[in-house]
Design a protein around this ligand. Structure first.
Ligand code: M6R
Length: 615
């Protein structure tokens, strides 16, 4: 967790670092800080200036307004607390004498290093694991008199995950960075260079990027960047041009990123499909995967791992894999998978699903699957993220940056790509006829137009949200492929509206949860007109008989459901496998409007961060 930024160049550094930090705030907002090296005219008097505060970047901005910084080199940090509560004292940057650092990750051997340094007379100001880095480096520099050599020695002593940016006051134009397990990339400019935790943070300044791998570090000066491995061997890195526009990373007139991202979904699905369906709906192509049909045919089971919303995408895919591709499929919470001692199962295709590509639990589950010699495939939205480096075969969701902590468009894009993988397997296994595949792909291609129709009902969703805004507990019910959608809708309401939700397969209600039903628990029913609709309808009647209030999402023109519901939201008629793309849109909008009505910080809900890079 946490976001880091650095700048060396010829412009005032603090406004640049501050604006880049704003774009990283989704990575954590417990505290923020910036450190620069003061310059008096052309003189560099070797003094650090540090501004830091508990809370968000807005508070840091206020601090900088009252205590401005000057200078052309700076590093910055936005924190999601791991070691040490959120406070000014625990905020980065951390300084010890002539060294100042910002860190994202966890130094696993920080206790040993701290003890070692305490024995040598060091005193620590914070409760963080990160502060030891500044102490250790300063000590090494004093012993050797050599900044770069000391950085190389220091990096070898650190265990765990880190993305680091470091300044030494005696060499103000030389910024040291290193990466192991946490994201970090370099941006190239004209007479200036940048560092940040992700690409959107720097898009305002450059489109030229160098992506660091684990085990790589760099010394960054205004007119040169030297990348090397941890032993100091120089590495020739290719500059990559990233053509995301800055506007793609901004709100485009919507009140919140979440709303913008919900409305982007039709476009995102078209981008996800682009070039992946052969004209005439005959086949699916993934240009990033070079498996032949025999390879796809060789799998006898599918094992998916993911967390949170991405896990829900996996649950839906399990239905698709079994019904459409006729292949055994499992989906695990990544945090459980690695500890449940999964048994080696030959010819397993292991699919890791992660928007950020940085979720610690998912990466650890991938490592576990590797040990079991599964064939690995990842579905991610983030170019050159950690998951990409772990799994040679990658499918990018092409959803563009998702800024809101609550995942919306990336979930939909994950579903689209997982549907395409299902088709690939179905074809290889000859589980469906050519005509069936062609019709399915055609229907998949038109789903973005159906989403546009659902989005037109946003006013109605807002009215329903107003009607129910004061209820503090909700049930979400679904069956079959709609059950994971109930889980996903319930998670959305929980995470951004802070409302207690319980999601169940509707068939499970009678086994206990129904005891809670009363007119104080509105029940959101995901009930498209599919095979299980008659069963779902009976479950709804049982809830109604106990005074439950029904908000239902069903197929347009379906009067039985509409008449049984207090409020009804219609989706267009669609084949049963694809209803999740549509029903989910209403649940995203419902959660969004509930959160707005409750005055919550929609894009940055409390206690959460966009990338969960800790266990
Ligand atoms: O980046 P990932 O897809 O691996 O993230 C997984 C979860 O942390 C994420 O989906 C989380 O549940 C979201 N806040 C849901 O909106």
């Amino acid at each position: 967790m946490c976001g880091i930024v650095g700048y060396v160049g010829n412009r005032e550094a603090s406004p640049i670092v501050l604006s880049a930090l704003r774009r990283l705030e989704y990575r954590g907002y417990d505290s923020a800080g910036i450190a620069g090296i003061r310059i008096n005219g052309a003189e560099k008097n070797e003094n650090f200036q540090i501004r830091r505060c508990e809370g968000s970047i807005d508070r840091l901005k206020d601090l900088l307004d009252t205590q401005p910084m000057v200078g052309t080199t700076a590093i910055g940090h936005t924190r999601w607390a791991t070691h040490g509560r959120p406070s000014e004292k625990n905020a980065h940057p951390h300084r010890f004498r002539d060294v100042v650092i910002v860190h994202n990750g966890i130094i696993e051997n920080h206790k040993e290093l701290r003890q070692e340094l305490i024995k040598k007379g060091h005193r620590f100001d914070s409760e963080t694991d990160s502060e030891i880095i500044a102490h250790l480096l300063d000590r090494l520099i004093r012993e050797t008199g050599d900044f770069e050599k000391s950085c190389r020695t220091m990096i070898k002593r650190l265990e765990g995950a880190f993305a680091l940016a470091v300044l030494w006051s005696h060499d103000p134009d030389n910024l040291f960075v290193a990466k192991q397990g946490s994201p970090l990339l370099l941006g190239r400019g004209e007479g200036e260079n940048f560092v940040a935790s992700d690409i959107p943070a720097l898009l305002e300044y450059t489109k030229e990027f160098l992506i660091l791998n684990d085990g790589e570090m760099a010394f960054i000066e205004p007119s040169r960047i030297r990348v090397m491995d941890f032993s100091g061997k120089l590495i020739q890195k290719k500059t990559q041009r990233i053509n995301w526009s800055l506007a793609m990373a901004e709100k485009e007139g919507y009140d919140h990123f979440m709303l913008k991202e919900i409305h982007e979904q039709p476009r995102v699905l078209q981008d996800s499909l682009r070039g992946r369906i052969v004209p005439g709906f005959k086949n699916v192509i993934f240009d990033t995967i070079d498996w032949k049909a025999e390879k796809w045919r060789s799998f006898s089971s599918v094992s998916m791992v993911a967390c949170g919303t991405a896990w829900h995408a996996g649950l839906i895919t399990k239905y698709w894999m079994e019904q459409i591709a006729k292949i055994h499929a499992d989906v695990d919470l990544a945090s459980e998978y690695r500890y449940r001692s999964p048994v080696e199962f030959p010819k397993t295709l292991s699919i890791a699903i992660s928007q950020s590509g940085e979720t610690y639990d998912t990466l650890a589950a991938v490592d576990e699957a590797k040990k079991l010699r599964h064939s690995l495939l990842s579905i991610t939205n983030t170019v050159d993220s950690s998951i990409v480096r772990r799994t040679k075969n990658v499918i990018y969701t092409h959803a563009g940056p998702e800024i809101s902590v609550a995942s919306t468009k990336c979930f939909t894009a994950q579903l689209m790509n997982l549907a395409l993988v299902t088709v690939k397997l179905a074809q290889a296994r000859r589980a469906q006829s050519k005509a069936w595949i062609a019709k399915f792909l055609k229907d998949l291609s038109s789903i973005s137009r159906q989403i546009e129709k659902v989005l037109k009902h946003e006013d109605k969703v807002r009215e329903i949200a107003k009607k129910y805004a004061n209820y503090n507990q909700y049930f979400y019910l679904g069956r079959g492929i709609s059950y994971p959608i109930a889980l996903e809708g319930a998670l959305k309401l929980k995470e951004i509206a802070y409302i207690n939700t319980q999601a169940y397969s509707a068939g499970e209600m009678k086994h206990g949860p129904i005891a809670l039903i009363s007119d104080q628990w509105p029940v959101v029913c995901v009930a498209p007109n599919d095979r299980l609709f008659p069963k779902m309808m009976s479950n709804i009647e049982v809830v109604k008989a106990r005074s439950g209030k029904i908000i239902s999402i069903g197929t347009e023109g379906h009067k039985t459901l509409e008449n049984a519901s207090d409020d009804f939201l219609p989706i267009p008629k669609v084949r049963e496998e694809l209803s999740p793309f549509l029903t989910n849109i209403y649940l995203q909008l419902f959660a969004y409007h509930m959160a707005v009505l409750r005055g919550n910080n929609v894009d940055k809900p409390k206690n959460l961060a966009k990338s969960v890079t800790v266990e």
